[in-house]
Design a protein around this ligand. Structure first.
Ligand code: GDP
Ligand code: MG
Length: 471
């Protein structure tokens, strides 16, 4: 290799696809984890970011030691597939270099698959199709973690022919949506024709192939995009209330370095907030950023990486906006003006969205005088709850919202509805603690606090509650 080869950063890869296609399971299979089995209702309700170091990928692919991997690793973003989470999907995709669209081979293209394709086209992101659940083909002979061509050779003629016609059907469906696709092992025009990799997240067939495409083929295709750059590029994914750390933000660091003590600006609806990074946390490699487990503390973090930032003043950070680093010698006012511009644009695009022109998605939560009170652990889940409340099947207005544990003050605020409109006298609390004083006050005043482990159950319990009131 020549000495002047560019240093590359880890590609950022988003996983998209219809509910139950196997997005989370595929990631579990790659990481050797069991996130999917532990998810409430088996559904993903937050964006997760996982860093896969190149050595771990090498182990999974049985690549020879002398074969170079040009990137230091891979940053994978898992997204919720359910309808109400469309903002999270859009947000996840907007920072990605590549996407993996997971399609269930037994089902073909489904509603959210097609929605994903529209998003990919809009954001101009290249993608790979994981044609998942091949082990469900009737009579499939398991070949744990084998490359897919090897695994296919071992199958009976019946399995081979079922595979063939299902594959052909999927290729046709993609064509109808305007994309040329081909199985990657027969694809001679990899730049123009989208690669399909048959996989099983259950027994691992095809998973080495998928990883190799991402770390060996992709960097050659988008070398320039992956060139490491010192200029910080960083997007806020989530705002979280953490029981020990207070308010934290999860960010994706796309380029540059973040350091403890860095002065940074976050975009909030109230304007730019300047603060100092107190701590930088990452999950352990191969673990997910949203996992509530142990974190590693860092003095500095280099792109690309998913990072949890601890600092003051993060409460109103808007998911989807940039985090701006103010370097010594930078003009703070100029940096704040840049943040202000981004805030203006974020607010303007949301207003446009309301008029029906769909553009960029940012966190904007409309409230009104009569409605229910919603409380959640993160902005993303809050938006998902509110999107679901707004959807035509439910259509429930929101009076106010808050992040973090439910305190007495929340109960007092929500109690305003006891006089205005009794059916709205309720707090929907998702993934947050309800403080004992808060429950006591609610019980005393007649306010109902509803908790549940999935967004859908939460809203269902509420609608059942109203039906009860009306009868
Ligand atoms: P997601 O909604 O796309 O994240 O899908 P999940 O990862 O939650 O998977 C949905 C269901 O399909 C779960 O019950 C998984 O165990 C199952 N599943 C996922 N991938 C495979 C696969 O490759 N083979 C088989 N047999 N089952 C799978
Ligand atoms: Mg999932």
């Amino acid at each position: 290799a020549s000495g002047d080869e560019k240093e590359l950063r880890a590609p950022i890869c988003c996983i998209l696809g219809h509910v139950d296609a196997g997005k989370t399971k595929l990631l579990d299979c790659i990481r050797g984890t069991h996130v999917q089995e532990r998810e409430a209702g088996g559904i993903t309700q937050q964006i997760g970011a996982t860093y896969l170091p190149a050595e771990n990928i090498r182990d999974r692919t049985s690549l020879k030691a002398e074969t170079a991997i040009k990137v230091p690793g891979l940053l994978v973003i898992d997204t919720p597939g359910h309808e109400s989470f469309s903002k999270m999907r859009s947000r996840g995709l907007s920072m990605c270099d590549v996407a993996v669209v997971v399609v269930d081979i037994t089902k073909g293209l489904e509603k959210q698959t097609v929605e994903s394709l529209h998003l990919l086209r809009r954001h101009n992101v290249s993608f790979i199709v994981a044609l998942n659940k091949v082990d469900r083909l009737y009579g499939w002979k398991e070949c744990t973690n084998a490359p897919i061509v090897e695994a296919l050779k071992k199958q009976s003629d019946d399995v081979k022919s079922e595979y063939k016609w299902r594959l052909t059907k999927v290729v046709t469906d993609f064509k109808e949506n305007g994309f040329n696709t081909a199985p990657y092992y027969e694809n001679n025009k990899k730049k123009k024709v989208v690669n399909i990799v048959p996989t099983s997240a259950e027994s691992g067939e095809g998973v080495p192939d998928l990883l190799l495409l991402l770390v060996r083929w992709l960097p050659d295709i988008i070398t320039d995009k992956l060139a490491y750059d010192d200029t910080v590029e960083c997007t806020v994914l989530e705002v979280n209330e953490h029981k020990d750390l207070g308010t934290t933000i999860d960010v994706v660091l796309i380029n540059g370095v973040l350091r403890q003590g860095d002065q940074v600006i976050v975009c909030t609806k109230q304007g730019p907030v300047t603060t100092i990074i107190r701590d930088l946390l990452t999950p352990h490699p191969m673990k997910e950023l949203k996992a509530k487990g142990a974190y590693k503390h860092h003095k500095e973090v280099r792109a690309a990486q998913g990072v949890k930032i601890v600092a003051r003043g993060l409460q109103y950070a808007m998911a989807g906006t940039s985090l701006i680093v103010v370097k010594p010698g930078d003009d703070l006012r100029q940096a704040e003006a840049a943040a202000m511009q981004e805030i203006d644009m974020a607010i303007r695009t949301t207003d446009e969205n309301e008029k029906g022109t769909k553009t960029q998605e940012v966190s904007s939560i409309k409230t009104c005088k009569e409605g229910i009170y919603v409380q959640a652990s993160s902005v993303g889940t809050l938006e998902a709850i509110i999107a679901h409340l707004k959807s035509s099947s439910v259509d429930i207005p929101v009076y106010a919202w808050n992040l973090g544990p439910v305190y007495k003050q929340d109960v007092m605020k929500a109690s305003a509805m006891l006089k205005r409109k009794e059916e709205y006298a309720v707090i929907l609390a998702f993934d947050v603690k309800v403080m004992p004083e808060a429950s006591a006050l609610a019980a005393e005043s007649g306010l109902k606090i509803i908790t549940a482990d999935t967004v859908y159950r939460l809203v269902n319990i509420y609608t059942e509650h109203i039906k009860g009131l009306k009868e």
